[in-house]
Design a protein around this ligand. Structure first.
Ligand code: GAL
Length: 395
């Protein structure tokens, strides 16, 4: 049933952030094992995706892509079969230009033969990049081409477009048939990178993302802790704190981004695992209506933001983030008026903290809290009938 692909934001793991060109059969199989053993699969992650650098530099005599025999001695199909045997789905990477970003053959003018090859190998997901795009042909047309090829290759293959937000992609990508689209440049394992990517895609950008075609803020850096074979992504090797990774994951979940893990899932700390498998947070990301959040600026500090997202059962998700640097917490006052709930409505909000996994109180008119720099609080809130008295304003 192709129409079900991308009904909610895709979830999985991708090799690029940590391993870049250092990929092989053992790594991918190990990632599939880890996906099951660590509980990631149970939490909803399903795609195991090989990024760039998996093929030889030349096509074969029939114009087909050839897996690098040193990295993948048994071919790609064997890896896909293994991933499938774990109850997971398998993804691969190509490029709309003549070459991939790492200079391997791209799919330009080979779209239909490549789609057929991928189908034969058992591919379920294709990430499609934008390097070496020939001049004079619109990118939009190249994504239409590959989408058509995939939709007619005889296998359900999710199409993950990756043109980094260029050429007005937000306006045309849904109509090409892609299920997700990268809207930003590449993420790095640092707070600034996380912050800049998130801030670049708020408000209007969020209403251009939804069911069957999701705005992809890039693979997660949660748990990388500066470890990457790619020094640009490692960005100094310091990574983020667990608190910053928690904010990062909350933002991606709240903004309906696909959740593609980028750390080494074979070696995760407990803290990393707890962040990535938080079912309450994932449920907000996977809400069937897929409505984007509205952004509510803090009245006294523009670096503090509230995001509010309506959920299918009448609840709302609320994420409060302090984007500021420094030592001091920000005082946050989140007024329910801004999300559509006036004081005289007769309703208060019951706040369930999705990181603490408990109800923290019922509030009327506003919720006040102190947020440390780079930290967040995230809630699922429920409307409850109340009289005007007897309800806490502060926690
Ligand atoms: C970039 C892309 C990255 C990664 C890389 C591979 O263009 O944004 O996510 O796929 O190419 O070379």
């Amino acid at each position: 049933m192709p129409k079900e692909l991308g009904k909610t934001p895709p979830m999985g793991w991708n090799s690029w952030n940590t391993f870049s060109w250092n990929i092989d059969e053992k790594l991918i199989k190990g990632a599939a094992d880890a996906m099951v053993e660590t509980g990631l699969k149970d939490a909803g992650y399903e795609y195991v995706v090989i990024d760039d650098c998996w093929s030889l530099k030349e096509r074969d005599g029939n114009g087909r892509l050839v897996p690098d025999p040193e990295k993948f001695p048994n071919g790609i199909k064997a890896v896909a079969d293994y991933v499938h045997s774990k109850g997971l789905k398998f993804g691969i990477y190509s490029c709309s230009g003549t070459h991939t970003c790492a200079n391997y053959p791209g799919s330009f003018e080979h779209e239909f033969v490549d789609a057929a090859t991928f189908a034969e190998w058992g591919v379920d997901y294709l990430k499609y990049d934008y390097c070496f795009k020939p001049k004079g042909i619109p990118g939009e047309l190249l994504y239409r081409r590959m989408s058509m090829a995939l939709r007619n290759c005889g296998r359900d293959i999710l199409f993950s477009a990756c043109n980094w937000g260029n050429d007005g992609v937000h306006d045309w990508i849904r109509n090409t048939g892609a299920q997700m689209f990268r809207s930003t440049g590449d993420i790095q394992d640092s707070w600034n990178s996380v912050k800049n990517l998130a801030l670049s895609q708020m408000n209007m950008r969020q209403s251009q993302s939804g069911v069957y075609c999701w705005n992809d803020l890039d693979m997660l850096v949660v748990g990388m802790r500066g470890k990457s074979d790619n020094s640009w992504i490692a960005e100094g090797g310091f990574g983020c704190t667990d608190d910053e990774y928690k904010t990062h994951f909350s933002l991606w979940a709240m903004m309906n981004s696909p959740l593609m893990i980028g750390c080494d899932i074979r070696n995760m700390s407990e803290a990393t695992k707890n962040i990535l498998t938080n079912k309450d947070v994932i449920a907000i990301n996977q809400d069937v209506e897929g409505r984007g959040p509205i952004e509510i600026d803090h009245w006294c500090n523009e670096s503090c933001k509230g995001l509010v997202k309506p959920l299918e059962n009448g609840d709302y998700a609320i994420l409060l983030v302090n984007f500021m640097d420094g030592e001091h917490p920000a005082q946050f006052s989140f007024n329910f008026w801004d999300m559509g709930l006036p004081y005289n409505s007769g309703y208060a909000l019951e706040f369930y903290d999705v990181w603490e996994h408990k109800v923290v109180g019922t509030f009327k008119e506003r919720y006040c809290t102190d947020l440390k720099p780079h930290s967040c609080e995230m809630f699922r809130v429920k409307l409850v009938k109340t009289d005007a008295q007897g309800v806490d304003l502060n926690k």
